[in-house]
Write a new protein. Structure first.
Length: 84
């Protein structure tokens, strides 16, 4: 544990940021999985779930949690699945 006050604060803020980043990444992955399951099951709400997954991917990319190319690649793969 650090002794210097600024280092103590840095530990605190990095823990908070890590918690927020982890939850947002998890939410993105969950949205993608829900979409995949809906497409496999042939559900009617696949378009809604695609929109939600694309939004989650865009939000993660905006925050810097995933690279821009990965975000575009993921959205491209999702759109291919919905087009079938």
């Amino acid at each position: 544990m650090p002794n210097i006050e600024s280092a103590i604060k840095r530990v605190r803020t990095s823990e908070n940021a890590n918690a927020l980043n982890s939850s947002q990444l998890s939410a993105m992955r969950t949205a993608i999985k829900k979409f995949d399951q809906a497409v496999e099951a042939g559900a009617d709400n696949a378009a809604e779930l695609y929109k939600a997954a694309a939004r989650a991917i865009d939000m993660a990319e905006t925050k810097g949690l995933v690279h821009k190319n990965k975000a575009n690649r993921d959205k491209s793969r999702l759109s291919k699945k919905i087009a079938k």
